[in-house]
Design a protein around this ligand. Structure first.
Ligand SMILES: Nc1ncnc2c1ncn2[C@@H]1O[C@H](COP(=O)(O)OP(=O)(O)OP(=O)(O)O)[C@@H](O)[C@H]1O
Ligand SMILES: [Mg+2]
Length: 339
C-alpha cells in the first residue's frame, strides 16, 4: 500500500493493522431512517478502512444495510434517512462534515459510485456522450468538444464499439449490459481514487455479469482506483478482494483479510454464508445461508442480532451486544465466542 498524505485520518484497527493512514477511513458511521415507529438503525456504528488501490468486498444478505452504508459514505442519504453520527475520512477530509457543494466536487472527480440499476441513474433525455463527457466538462473545465473526445475514448475502453455513434445514442437504445458499461465509463473517466460499486452487475444476465465486472476491475487496476465492492457473490470476493466486511442487520460482524475469511470464517454468520455455497464458482446466486431471515429493523432481537439464527448461540448472546473482538490474524469479529 502506498502511504497517504495522512492529514489527520485516524488509524483503524483490523484489516491488516495498517502502517499508513488509509485512503478512506469510516468511523462509527450510523444512519437511521425516521419512521412513524421511531428511528431505525440501518447502519449502526460501522468502522472500516480502504487503502489506495485496495478492493474491499462488502457482503451480507439482502437488507443488511450494504446500500445504505455505500450511500452514507458519500453523503448520498436522503430523508427519511439521515446520518446521525460517524465520519468518513477521505484523503484527510471528513466527507460528512463538508458542505454539500464541496462533497459534490469530490464525488464527481475523486470518488465515484456505480449503482445497481443503471437505468435509474442515467438521464433518459441526455445522450450517452453528453453524460460520459459531463464529469470532464465540469471538473476539468474542458470544452464540449474536448470532453466528447474524452468520452469517445472512454467508451472505446469499456468496449462499446462504434463510440462515435454511441455518443449520440440515448440510454433506452442500449441493452442493460451496454448501459452498465456506460456507467463504468462515467465513474472511471476521471480516474478517481475511490469507486464504490453497489452490486454493479446484479441487474444483468449471468453471462455478461462476469465480463462487466472484470472490465470494471481491470480499468480500476490500471488507474490505481480503490474499490468498495458490494456483492453477494463469494466467488467474486475470493478472486478480487483483499479484505472483506461482512454485515448483518446494520453492523459489521466480521472484517479482515479475504484469505483468512475464506479459510475459516470466524463469525457463525460468515460460516453460514460460506457453507451455503456448494462451490465458490457458483455465480449470480443470492446468499441464502442459514434457516430464518434477517430481522426487521423495527423488531430487532436483543443482544447479538444474529443469535436467534445462530447454531452456536449461548447465554450472553441474547443478553448483550458483542463488541468487535480483535483476532491475532488482524480480523475483527463481533461474537461472544471470542470474548
Ligand atoms: N427509504 C427507506 N425507508 C426506510 N427504511 C429503509 C429505506 N431504505 C432502506 N431502508 C432499510 O434499511 C435497511 C438496509 O437496506 P439496504 O438497502 O442498505 O440493504 P442491502 O444490504 O443493500 O440489501 P440488498 O442486498 O437487497 O441490496 C433495510 O432494512 C431497509 O428496509
Ligand atoms: Mg443493496
Amino acid at each position: 500500500m502506498v502511504p497517504d498524505d495522512g492529514q489527520g485520518a485516524a488509524m483503524p484497527a483490523g484489516a491488516g493493522q495498517r502502517a499508513f493512514a488509509p485512503l478512506l477511513s469510516v468511523e462509527g458511521l450510523t444512519t437511521v431512517f425516521d419512521t412513524p415507529s421511531g428511528p431505525l438503525r440501518a447502519v449502526d456504528g460501522v468502522d472500516l478502512a480502504i487503502g489506495r488501490g485496495e478492493v474491499l468486498a462488502v457482503v451480507g444478505e439482502s437488507g443488511c444495510g450494504k446500500t445504505v452504508l455505500a450511500l452514507s459514505i458519500l453523503g448520498l442519504v436522503s430523508p427519511p434517512g439521515r446520518i446521525v453520527s460517524g465520519r468518513a475520512v477521505f484523503g484527510g477530509q471528513d466527507l460528512l462534515a463538508l458542505p454539500e457543494g464541496k462533497r459534490r466536487t469530490i464525488r464527481g472527480s475523486r470518488a465515484s459510485m456505480i449503482f445497481q440499476e443503471p437505468m435509474t441513474s442515467l438521464n433518459p433525455v441526455l445522450s450517452i456522450g453528453d453524460q460520459v463527457a459531463e464529469p470532464v466538462r465540469v471538473h476539468r473545465r474542458a470544452s464540449r468538444r474536448e470532453a466528447l473526445a474524452a468520452a469517445g475514448a472512454m467508451l472505446d475502453r469499456v468496449g462499446l464499439s462504434g463510440a462515435g455513434r454511441r455518443l449520440r445514442a440515448y440510454p433506452h437504445e442500449l441493452s442493460g449490459g451496454q448501459r452498465q458499461r456506460v456507467m463504468i465509463a462515467m465513474a472511471l473517466i476521471l480516474s478517481p481514487e475511490l469507486l464504490i460499486a453497489d452490486e454493479p452487475t446484479t441487474a444483468l444476465d449471468v453471462t455478461v455479469q462476469r465480463q462487466i465486472l472484470d472490465l470494471m476491475l481491470g480499468l480500476a487496476r490500471d488507474t490505481g482506483t480503490a474499490i468498495a465492492l458490494v456483492t453477494h457473490n463469494l466467488g467474486v470476493v475470493a478472486e478480487t478482494a483483499e479484505n472483506v466486511a461482512v454485515m448483518y442487520s446494520g453492523r459489521l460482524v466480521e472484517y479482515g483479510a479475504v484469505a483468512d475469511f475464506l479459510r475459516e470464517p470466524a463469525h457463525p454468520y460468515g460460516q453460514g454464508l460460506l457453507a451455503s455455497l456448494p462451490r465458490l464458482s457458483d455465480r449470480g446466486r443470492r446468499l441464502t445461508p442459514i434457516p430464518g431471515t434477517v430481522p426487521s429493523l423495527a423488531d430487532l432481537p436483543t443482544g447479538c442480532h444474529f443469535h436467534p439464527r445462530c447454531p452456536r448461540a449461548f447465554a450472553p448472546c441474547a443478553r448483550d451486544i458483542p463488541p468487535l473482538f480483535d483476532l491475532p490474524d488482524g480480523r475483527r469479529v463481533r461474537c461472544w465466542l471470542y470474548g
